[in-house]
Design a protein around this ligand. Structure first.
Ligand SMILES: NC(=O)c1ccc[n+]([C@@H]2O[C@H](COP(=O)([O-])OP(=O)(O)OC[C@H]3O[C@@H](n4cnc5c(N)ncnc54)[C@H](O)[C@@H]3O)[C@@H](O)[C@H]2O)c1
Length: 296
């Protein structure tokens, strides 16, 4: 029975919830009984400035539909303070949705140290800081749902987004490791790569496409991954405009060189190394070692 899934008694932190996708996630949780920490620094698209207005507005929206919410205006880089808000106001935390983010698009040869460092700080270090502050609480209670936000730019690579792509795929690496560490503690960690209309994409996608990419079409997947009935962990999902799909690693059967071999042998057998016929789908680190050790 999955009609009317709710989060009564659950405390949910949504970072970057003052606008775009985060606001929709927060509204969904608030409408379904969760007590929500609406975190947002309230800065610009490229990380400039700050304001309490964005988070306050979403808290008001949640309260106006009868939900419970509190605002937090700290940067995700001060993750402990966001988790402290949850603990002080609501007494615990059950779900962390790492969503906050900015862009500093620039081609690699023009990228400054600041373009690089700022993106790593907010996306990767910020996601780590919030999650690490919540982690002991989740471990102690033997329950937790963590949702990470990556991007197709990181998964597939994109021109002008080296800083963003690296940070976003770093988040996936963090999620994969935390899914393993959380496995025996009933802490599930999943990652979404959304596509939605927001101030982040309004200059990237054409108007007709933006009209179809409603940010609220991403939140139901976040909601399901955050729900106690969902057993999924270590998943990676592409989601947008009502579409959602799971991604996984694929490895060719490979080629095994016997005895001594040279780079000329590698060149000679390259077609076999990269041939995906009958490919495998490794899921845990041991699958890597097992493939190397396999005979014949
Ligand atoms: N919109 C898309 O198509 C798309 C695609 C791939 C990934 N994403 C990711 O989804 C997430 C949400 O993006 P969005 O499209 O809703 O953008 P958005 O700009 O509308 O929302 C991001 C929010 O994060 C907040 N924020 C920024 N830095 C912060 C910080 N240091 N601390 C706390 N809050 C901070 C901003 O104030 C803003 O409200 C981001 O992580 C983004 O990288 C979005």
């Amino acid at each position: 029975m999955t009609d009317g899934l709710r989060y009564d008694g659950r405390v949910v932190i949504v970072t970057g919830a003052g606008g775009g996708l985060g606001r929709q996630h927060a509204l969904m949780f608030g409408a379904r009984g969760a007590r929500v920490v609406v975190n947002d620094l309230g800065g610009g698209r490229t990380g400039d400035g700050s304001s309490s207005a964005a988070a306050d507005r979403v808290v008001e929206e949640i309260r106006s539909i009868g939900g419970e919410a509190v605002a937090n205006y700290d940067s995700v880089t001060d993750g402990a303070r966001i988790v402290e808000t949850a603990l002080e106001v609501f007494g615990t935390v059950d779900v962390v949705v790492n969503n906050a983010g900015i862009l500093r698009d620039v081609s690699f040869h023009k990228m400054t140290d600041q373009d690089w460092t700022l993106l790593q700080n907010i996306h990767l270090n910020g996601t780590c800081a919030v999650t690490q502050a919540a982690w002991p609480v989740l471990r102690d209670k033997g329950y937790g749902r963590v949702i990470m936000t990556t991007s197709a730019a990181g998964i597939y690579g994109n021109f002008g987004q080296a800083n963003y792509a690296a940070a976003k795929l770093g988040i996936l690496g963090l999620a994969n490791a935390l899914a393993e560490e959380g496995r025996t503690k009933n802490i599930h960690v999943n990652t979404i790569a959304p596509i939605a209309a927001s101030r982040m994409t309004e200059t990237v996608f054409p108007k007709e496409l933006l009209d179809r990419l409603r940010p609220e079409a991403v939140s139901p997947l976040v909601g399901w991954l955050a729900h106690e009935l969902c057993t999924e962990t270590k998943g990676l999902f592409e989601v947008g405009a009502g579409y959602m799909a799971k991604l996984r690693w694929e490895r060719t059967n490979g080629y095994r060189f016997g005895g001594d071999f040279t780079l000329d042998d590698v060149a000679r057998h390259w077609d076999a190394v990269v041939d995906f016929t009958g490919a495998e789908h490794p899921v845990v680190m041991h699958d890597s070692l097992a493939a190397v050790q396999r005979e014949g």
